[in-house]
Design a protein around this ligand. Structure first.
Ligand code: ZN
Length: 298
């Protein structure tokens, strides 16, 4: 829930984080999508917030399993809270691809304002069971839960197009799943693949439309780095309200940093070099914010 805007040092319970409920409901009504970017390090967190502030856009900062391994849950959480406390836009602190009920409870305890349980690789009944449990505890404190049905693979898995299509979300099953679990948003598998460096993925728009109609939930697009921007824009008209972008942000940080270091190979202070990386991240985030239609919505 939105707290006071005045940052108060040492008051971890007074951060102006907002819930995903709030931003996704507005996005669904307004037919735009909110960008969700990964909180891997300070540079990414700062650059994402700066770009969204400049465009007055709401933003979802999400902590992935990779970020938990890299920065640690406490550190990653603290970075987002500190940045959100100074931000003039709505910031959501979200768990990406939560692996268990226990992990979701831990995140709730440290102040996440949005959760995810990804049981997509589990048998259907087990996915329903754990998602439902996560929803019950999250809803008790007014927090929304993203779930996943159908599998959105990783590029490293090396699946064929046919194999990827066989893992698509089934609209009727999605409707049943939404009803059985009480989840608040749903990650759908309809053509995107995690971790793509090129924008070669197409999306099954009819399927997305059908799922949105049958579940009435805000839908989530994972693996968006590999999807052309125009395709993402069309997917938003079909019911996508949250767009996860990780790879492109990571590549931007690397590209800007490399360019700056190449220009000054004798540098001994990394900060001016990393600043160029942050500037590239801001550019990528700004482009997404414009294209997703969420500029001015914060
Ligand atoms: Zn994902």
């Amino acid at each position: 829930m939105k707290g006071g805007r005045e940052p108060q040092a040492g008051r971890a319970d007074n951060m102006p984080l907002v819930t995903s409920h709030e931003v996704l409901r507005k996005a669904k009504r307004g037919k735009y999508a909110v960008g969700a970017f990964n909180a891997n390090n300070m540079e990414c967190v700062k650059a994402v917030i700066e770009a969204c502030e400049e465009l007055k856009a709401p933003v979802i900062l999400q902590i992935s399993q990779g970020a938990i391994k890299y920065a640690g849950l406490e550190m990653a959480t603290a970075m987002v809270k500190a940045a959100a406390a100074e931000a003039k836009i709505p910031v959501v602190l979200h768990l990406d691809h939560g692996t268990s009920f226990e992990q979701n409870v831990q995140c709730l305890q440290v102040g996440f304002t949005s959760l995810m349980f990804d049981g997509s690789k589990l048998p259907y009944e087990e996915n329903v069971e754990t998602t439902k449990k996560v929803c019950e505890i999250a809803h008790a404190v007014g927090i929304g839960v993203e779930a996943e049905l159908g599998i959105i693979p990783k590029i490293e898995d090396g699946y064929s197009k046919k194999e990827i299509e066989a893992m698509f979300t089934d609209p009727d099953q999605a409707a049943e799943f939404a009803k059985a679990t009480g989840c608040d948003s749903l990650a759908v598998a309809a053509g995107a693949v995690h971790g793509m460096k090129s924008r070669g993925a197409g999306l099954d728009f009819d399927r997305i439309t059908e799922i949105a109609k049958k579940t009435k939930l805000p839908l989530v697009q994972h693996g968006s780095s590999g999807v052309p921007l125009k395709t993402l824009q069309k997917a938003i008209t079909c019911g996508i309200c949250k767009i996860n972008v990780a790879t492109r942000v990571s590549m931007a940080l690397l590209a800007g940093t490399k360019r700056a270091w190449d220009q000054d190979p004798e540098a001994k202070d990394f900060r001016p070099i990393f600043k160029e990386g942050m500037s590239e991240v801001r550019k990528v985030v700004s482009e997404y914010v414009h294209k997703l239609g969420c500029a001015g919505k914060g």
